[in-house]
Design a protein around this ligand. Structure first.
Ligand code: MRU
Length: 307
């Protein structure tokens, strides 16, 4: 499966808002369609956004205003701006975008192997949040790529996937991917994560990243910080798995990372079914920042970084 690709002069991507009920490919022919797909999370996850940004520059065909709209479609994952900038600076944006796509496939495979080599044990129980699998990249994922490699090595006992409110990337997407892999897993309510760590029975927490600041502070899906605190208290190793392109040397620390707030609607309703009284206002930070001292190691395609 390729989550995103260039097919016959346009972008083709798996519409992730339709999963797990339907597997639908979306054909994106203009930058405005791509911006809309990114905003509603039809395509999402930092590495996939990097490829989308780069391919989008090819779609823009030199329209700089369109490129600027694309770059700003979502603020937290640095890969989107990075992919746009890489392709914009190239003489042939499409060739650069296709290279970024291919490098992502190789990087995810390398992260899977390096991460699996780092974690000790033979019957591993892994906790994760959001979706960091092939759907968040091109073919294989980052943190879930490590899980996939562990499973292929016969070293995976079970995955505890947090459901990841409000948009349920864990419940909808991670379980779908783990099912396709044939990897044993159970879905966990977000609020149960830290308690399950405290109770024992989890060998490692693996998360992805949307932006890693120069000092190692890591922005990732909301709920990551709570897991990091729980893991520290329980003495469970906490790993961030992300490509080098997610490291943003221009951002000194997590204090400088813009956190997307996605507004009230996603919190007060699930898929159009309202939960809270009409008129309720919500806070909806889509990401949080885990301070570097709570991270056991950051695993990229080329190195392991410790605090
Ligand atoms: O809002 P999303 O679904 O785009 O958030 C995605 C995440 O937080 C992922 O953990 C991160 O992008 C890494 S994906 C390999």
């Amino acid at each position: 499966m390729r989550t995103i690709d260039w097919v016959d002069g346009a972008i083709e991507l798996v519409d992730q808002t339709r999963l797990p009920d339907e597997y639908v490919l979306l054909r994106v022919e203009t930058v405005d369609e791509l911006v809309e797909a990114i905003r509603r999370l039809a395509v999402r996850g930092a590495p996939a956004l990097g490829v989308a940004g780069a391919l989008g520059v090819a779609l823009a065909r030199g329209d700089q205003e369109a490129v600027a709209r694309l770059r700003a479609a979502r603020p937290t994952a640095v890969n989107l701006a990075w992919g746009v900038d890489q392709a914009s600076a190239a003489a042939d944006p499409l060739a650069t975008a296709l290279r970024i796509r291919d490098e992502d496939i190789a990087a995810c495979r390398a992260m899977g192997e390096r991460g699996a080599g780092l974690i000790e044990g033979e019957r591993l129980r892994i906790m994760t949040v959001c979706n960091t699998g092939g759907l968040a990249a091109v073919e294989r994922g980052t943190a879930l790529g490590v899980v996939q490699t562990l499973h292929e090595q016969g070293r995976l006992a079970e995955v505890y996937a947090l459901e990841t409110r409000p948009l349920l990337q864990g419940a909808r997407l991670t379980t779908w991917e783990l099912g396709r892999m044939g990897a044993p897993h159970r879905l966990v309510a977000d609020s149960a994560g830290p308690y399950l760590l405290a109770r024992g029975g989890v060998d490692a927490v693996l998360i992805g990243a949307d932006r890693i600041a120069a000092n190692g502070d890591t922005a990732n899906k909301i709920g990551s910080y709570a897991l990091a605190l729980g893991a520290e208290r329980a003495g469970v190793p906490f790993y961030v798995v992300a490509p080098e392109s997610t490291i943003d040397a221009a951002t000194p620390s997590g204090d400088y990372i813009e956190i997307e707030d996605r507004g009230t609607e996603e919190i007060i309703a699930i898929r159009g079914v309202r939960l809270a009284p009409e008129g309720t206002q919500a806070l909806n930070p889509a990401f949080d920042v885990t301070p570097h001292d709570l991270i056991t190691a950051i695993v990229t395609e080329s190195r392991v970084i410790r605090p």
